[in-house]
Design a protein around this ligand. Sequence first.
Ligand code: SF4
Length: 351
Amino acid sequence: MSSLSWFSHRLVPWYREHRRALPWRETRDPYRIWLSEVILQQTRVDQGLAYWQRFVAKWPTVADLAAAREDEVLKQWQGLGYYSRARNLLGAARQVMAEHGGAFPTTHAGLLTLKGVGDYTAAAIASISFGAPEAVVDGNVYRVLARVFGIDTPIDSTAGRKRFKELATRLVDPEHPGDHNQAVMELGATVCTPRNPTCLLCPVQPKCIAFASGRIADLPVKQGTARTRDRFFNYLHVRRDGNLYLRQRTGKDIWQGLFELPLIESEHPLTGPAFAPLLEERLGPGWTVEAHSKEAKHVLSHQVIHACFWTVVPPPGFTPPDDWSLMDPDRHAVPRLIERWLAHTPTSARP
Ligand code: SF4
């Protein structure tokens, strides 16, 4: 028995008794587990559950998902962000069908060959679905291990990632790797939370170095976060008979492939008088600016979008640019920011 086996021996029984009842915990189907892992990388369990249920209801098997159209998948994914993950989901489902005869690879290495599947997801599927002794390491795991073992190597450094992965691998219970991994993550999500962990209910508290030494608030250590960039989006709400003008985002930028109102990006936030000249410069003379919204802030991992929605009237005889089309926004995948604006803009006021 390893000198570290106490960790799993305390955690796994605790997990079996206290775990939240979630549908992907009732199955070993790699498709459903993979879906849950990908969705939960984007959102909390309460919100992710609804997404997972909708995905499974619409596409019950990997073959069903593989046969879906990309815009349908993006629409189901709407609101979760990082749309490349939704594209990878579809790409990986098609790979499973085309390259693996419809069955998921059963090893960590095999799973890593699927689109968008990284070390974390591969370890989760391999351990939960196939009983492979692979360690999952995510933010919850970093926090639990840093505190229990009193490790102050920064979790966002190369040395830290290596050290935590090695420790997590040594800790995995080869008899129950799936439950072991889920137990560590569950402890991090429900007991050993970033702030105010409930140490008195914690099954590893008698061995926890951070608890014994009063260092809970100091662990885990982070080197520092990347600077975020502010961007200023001016969306054009053009009144016209029929639907709204939308355009599809192209190029290597956020929200690639999604639809949005015509956009003018500026270097700074603009006031009413400053916006009219920019509008004229981009789209020609004769526009009337009727109104504008308050700033809507949308925070992404490395960018903060400051958006303003301008209600504008085009000059008579205006011909829209080639990439503008009159569309029903409810039928297309739009960024969350646009979705929120639509929700607060009565349909009668839109076109
Ligand atoms: S005792 Fe407290 S700090 Fe230590 S692992 Fe448990 S919840 Fe986290």
